[in-house]
Write a protein that binds this ligand. Structure first.
Ligand code: IVH
Length: 709
């Protein structure tokens, strides 16, 4: 006969504490049995009774509530979807080093940037955890939200799921707690948990995960936190996001990487025990070798070692290039290799018409991931390695990089094998595919391009896929697959048509509604997702056009420089008109464009070619009927150089030239390479020559380095 539990009123604090601990374990076990194994051990009613008992005890003894109390997970409905969270400080990625020389170069770059002339600089080294990054925001010491990295700017709100991880405190321990602090780190799954999970999945006929990282990511993206809880994820804290300067104790500031990690530990986070501090590249690489040796014994996946400048004031001075800090780098472990057979070589046609060969492989496991494709880059590469269909090859895979073919095993080549012949015509539309001659070098381009343009279905579809991609329009629920379907069903012909889907006469909706996987509800969601993007950042707008050589960084730079669509478009159209009797492209708008920092001939010509084509201009006009562009936020318009066009010349003595340039940009200035009427300020150090003369003749403000600082 079941014993009746002691009435909550009669529990002593000690008994209550013991029972709460037991209940937490018990409920976790049942969650796992129910959600992960699909094999509940007790009835729903008995389960509910456990939950109620837990809640009653917590209500009577609130101070005893466990950090990972099951009551935080129950009584809640699984979410419909995750909300988005905009990171107050973007989450960046890291540059890579692959060998000792890369590490030495990294060290030297830092030295040069800071102008240290070989003075000692301390760096930390720690394992690079192969998981997914998380940003945890604490206000007054309480965890208020947790987000995934997402695209680095906007992530998903997975707070409830992060709360199921025992190494993530719900409340920071100890004192010295800033008003706001964002703790960043890596969520990962241990080898043991990964193995156990896949065994359970196999038994339940459910999805098998390729590696612990995918399993961790899949576990975090569960709408039902109880499933996440059953996966026993882990967390290492390793970086800061937003941190306020006030704390419970007065002023607050982290001073060093090491100090920050020590503080994380005191607040209750797990930190990696292999992190250490060193003085030079030699020592860093020695620690790398040591970690590489320990790798098989760690019990979790790592894919390299991260080096970081220890002093945070130096980190601030070093700043960022594009999306990676100058003060840190990931030294990656060598790629893993395997042997397999090439079943076929297919030619893919990209957004800009590039023909890219892809090797279809006999599937093989490389470092725990099943690989069935490898890139062959271009036709020269195929010729150089003499790669043929039917060959046995060695392939390698490093991190997220597409697997590559390292070499052909010639002993295994069949007698009747023939060299691969690269097609001279587009396999998708039959148009001619040529290799352009580079006007500068006179050499043939490595890439063969389909000249079909918009008559080539492959190019049109790739443009569409680009348009909906994460760094462009990023429609919720309208990804590469859906947009390709819409094209195939005849609902859209180009990206601007996406915005017409809703406005259509209803035929289009019916076409979609009737297809498998689409119902009334998903069509409604689709309309909303599309309408949500009728306002779009100018940078995303430019990137979304899919112009060759215009990646995210260049798009953002253009958006910043031209400020709004009303200046950008006319400027591009004007730059695209060839003037001068010799037909040269030199006109003022073009000169302004090439003069922007980060734009060279290649980027400028690509823009000009795009805007010279009527189809493209019509496309933009149509798109602008449907969307409004939003200018980028000003970097910092409180600074006296915000919005100013600046040039640096001569030798600088206090800051290096690069540092000065980076600083000016972070203060909202535009830095260009040469002096023109548009220049507002010239900073001239000793040895300044023609630029200084020109500035003086144009009456431009000239500052010394000290005045600038
Ligand atoms: S530091 C500003 N430290 O690597 C850079 N990242 O490739 C902050 N990662 O997105 C990151 N272990 O998810 C840092 N010990 C470590 C890391 C680490 C893994 C991941 C992180 C980041 C990616 C960059």
């Amino acid at each position: 006969m079941a014993r009746k539990p002691i009435a909550v009123k009669k529990l002593t604090p000690m008994l209550a504490k013991m029972e709460l601990e037991r209940l937490a374990l018990n409920i976790a076990k049942h969650n796992k049995a129910y959600h992960a194994e699909d094999a509940p051990i007790i009835s729903d009613a008995a389960y509910d009774a456990l939950i109620k008992r837990n809640a009653d005890i917590e209500a009577a003894f609130p101070e005893l509530k466990q950090v990972n109390s099951p009551s935080d997970l129950v009584g809640f409905k699984p979410l419909d979807k995750f909300d988005k969270i905009t990171h107050s400080i973007p989450m960046l990625s890291l540059g890579n080093a692959f060998n000792k020389q890369d590490v030495i170069d990294f060290y030297d770059r830092i030295d040069r940037f800071l102008g240290l002339n070989g003075k000692e600089i301390k760096l930390t080294a720690e394992p690079k955890i192969d998981g997914l990054s998380a940003s945890l925001r604490y206000e007054k010491g309480v965890l208020v939200s947790g987000a995934t990295r997402g695209d680095g700017q906007i992530g998903e709100d997975v707070t409830l799921n992060f709360k199921t991880i025992s190494e993530i405190p719900h409340k920071l321990l100890g004192d010295n707690i800033p008003d706001i602090v964002e703790v960043r780190g890596e969520v990962y799954m241990s080898h043991a948990e990964f193995k156990a999970l896949n065994e359970r999945q196999l038994a339940a006929d459910a999805k098998i995960f390729a590696n612990p990282r995918n399993a961790a990511a899949g576990s975090i993206r569960q709408l039902d936190s109880r499933i996440t809880a059953s996966r026993n994820l882990h967390f290492f804290a390793y970086a800061q996001g937003e941190v306020s300067t006030k704390s419970t104790q007065g002023d607050f500031e982290f001073e060093s990487q090491m100090g920050m990690i020590e503080q994380f530990k005191q607040w209750g986070f797990a930190v990696n025990p292999l992190m250490q501090m060193f003085d030079n590249a030699e020592q860093l690489v020695a620690h790398y070798t040591k970690i590489e040796e320990l790798r098989p014994t760690l019990g979790y996946d790592i894919d390299g070692v991260v080096y970081k400048v220890n002093a945070l004031d130096l980190q601030t001075r070093l700043g960022f290039v594009s999306r990676a800090p100058r003060w840190a780098i990931a030294h990656k472990f060598p790629a893993e290799k395997a042997r397999t057979i090439i079943n076929d070589i297919e030619i893919q046609v990209g957004r800009t018409g590039a023909l890219t060969p892809v090797a279809r492989l006999e599937p093989v496991s490389v470092g725990g991931v099943v690989v069935s494709n490898a890139t062959l880059h271009n036709e020269d590469e195929i010729a150089r390695k003499d790669v043929r269909i039917g060959d046995t090859v060695i392939i390698q895979r490093a991190g997220d990089v597409i697997p590559q073919i390292v070499e052909v095993v010639l002993d295994k080549r069949k007698a009747d094998s023939v060299a691969f012949e690269f097609p001279r015509f587009c396999p998708e539309c039959g148009s001619k595919a040529d290799r352009e001659i580079n006007p500068k070098t006179g050499k043939e381009d490595a890439i063969r391009r389909c000249e079909g343009g918009l008559i080539c279905k492959a190019q049109v579809v790739e443009r569409l896929r680009h348009f909906v991609s994460r760094n462009a329009y990023d429609f919720d629920g309208l990804g590469a697959k859906q947009v390709e379907q819409f094209y195939n069903w005849g609902i859209i012909k180009n990206a601007a048509d996406i915005f017409d889907i809703e406005a259509g006469d209803g035929d289009k909706w019916d076409t979609i509604r009737k297809r498998e996987g689409w119902g009334d509800q998903s069509v409604d969601k689709l309309f909303k997702a599309i309408n949500d993007r009728r306002k779009i950042g100018l940078d995303r707008f430019i990137f979304g056009l899919g112009i060759r050589h215009i990646g995210e960084t260049t798009a953002r730079m253009l958006a910043r420089s031209y400020e709004n669509i009303e200046t950008f478009l006319p400027a591009m159209k004007a730059a695209a008109i060839p003037i001068g009797t010799d037909g040269s492209l030199i006109n003022e708008a073009y000169a302004d464009l090439v003069n922007l920092d980060g734009v060279g001939d290649v980027v400028a010509l690509s823009l000009v070619q795009f805007f010279a084509e009527e189809n493209n201009v019509n496309f933009i006009d149509k798109l602008l009927d449907a969307v409004t562009t939003i200018p980028l936020e000003k970097a910092d318009d409180s600074s006296p150089v915000a919005g100013k066009v600046m040039v640096f010349t001569g030798s600088l003595e206090i800051m290096t030239r690069n540092e000065a340039k980076a600083k000016a940009e972070s203060l909202g200035a535009k830095v260009t390479g040469s002096v023109s009427k548009k220049t507002d300020i010239l900073v001239a150090g000793p040895g300044a020559g023609s630029k200084l003369k020109k500035a003086e003749s144009l009456g431009i403000q000239v500052l010394t380095e000290e005045e600038w600082i």
